[in-house]
Design a protein around this ligand. Sequence first.
Ligand SMILES: C[C@@]1(CC(=O)O)c2cc3[nH]c(cc4nc(cc5[nH]c(cc(n2)[C@H]1CCC(=O)O)[C@@](C)(CC(=O)O)[C@@H]5CCC(=O)O)C(CC(=O)O)=C4CCC(=O)O)c(CCC(=O)O)c3CC(=O)O
Ligand SMILES: NC(=O)C1=CN([C@@H]2O[C@H](COP(=O)(O)OP(=O)(O)OC[C@H]3O[C@@H](n4cnc5c(N)ncnc54)[C@H](O)[C@@H]3O)[C@@H](O)[C@H]2O)C=CC1
Length: 215
Amino acid sequence: MIPLLHDFTGATVLVFGGGSVGARKARRFAREADVVVVSPTFADADFGGAERVRAAPDIDAVEEWIDGTDPALVVAATDDGDLNAAIEHAARDAGALVNRTDEHGERDPESVVVPATVRDGPVTVAISTGGTSPALSRYLRQRIEDDIDGAGEMARLTGELRAELQADEVDPERRRDAIRAVVRSGRVWKHLDSGRTKSRQAAEDVIADVTGDLQ
Ligand SMILES: C[C@@]1(CC(=O)O)c2cc3[nH]c(cc4nc(cc5[nH]c(cc(n2)[C@H]1CCC(=O)O)[C@@](C)(CC(=O)O)[C@@H]5CCC(=O)O)C(CC(=O)O)=C4CCC(=O)O)c(CCC(=O)O)c3CC(=O)O
Ligand SMILES: NC(=O)C1=CN([C@@H]2O[C@H](COP(=O)(O)OP(=O)(O)OC[C@H]3O[C@@H](n4cnc5c(N)ncnc54)[C@H](O)[C@@H]3O)[C@@H](O)[C@H]2O)C=CC1
């Protein structure tokens, strides 16, 4: 299994099952997608603002729900294994991705696993155990959370600097060395908390050291 980032903006995610797992997946995708959760009952949980539809489709009705919502991803999170299997098949027939929440290990094509995720601004770290041990993914996510503190601001700063170096037509090798030096600079990391002017100045000093005076 190979991780990729998928932009769900404007896409629909259809979740079957309104238990705690359906709620967690709904919250996850609702930050970007339009999420619809179909279930006869809903847990007392945060569904991330997803639309909730009270219904209990049987195996034969699953296809109709998928056709009616045209989802990019279908999540099978009911407590009925046969129904989840039917949801997986119908999603694949419709050309949608599918997330089986009641299975572990390797997947069939188009069947995706949801990783544990840590975010800081545009920076995303996704952890998966290849579907082997979700509890370990969760634990590693908790450990990594503090380590990436500031990474979002570092991404913003270096994104800005590399655009400027490109605009100044600094040759690609020197540009690469300069940006690499900034992301490795303890001084820049330290100043990320003290505001944009200070961190930017620290980064410019690092770049000047690497490239000779660019200014
Ligand atoms: C294969 C996968 C499919 C998928 O859902 O995509 C899957 C499957 C299953 N999970 C089960 C159980 C648990 N899942 C969690 C937690 C998370 N599960 C997530 C993902 C995945 N779970 C995918 C693999 C990811 C990978 O590659 O590592 C996370 C990372 C992401 C998310 O869901 O948002 C999220 C942590 C988020 C976070 O905290 O950051 C906990 C921990 C807890 O609750 O404390 C437990 C209880 C402990 C345990 O059993 O391990 C069961 C057994 C159910 C049963 O026994 O009935 C199955 C089915 C089976 O194993 O057959
Ligand atoms: N992937 C993961 O992270 C985890 C997966 N699981 C697995 O996920 C599944 C769901 O777990 P929970 O949310 O804890 O179970 P749950 O029993 O709390 O929720 C199941 C939901 O499915 C709904 N449902 C039943 N028939 C339905 C139908 N015909 N159509 C739509 N919805 C229907 C129920 O009303 C209920 O809301 C289980 O199979 C469990 O083994 C459990 C823990 C973690």
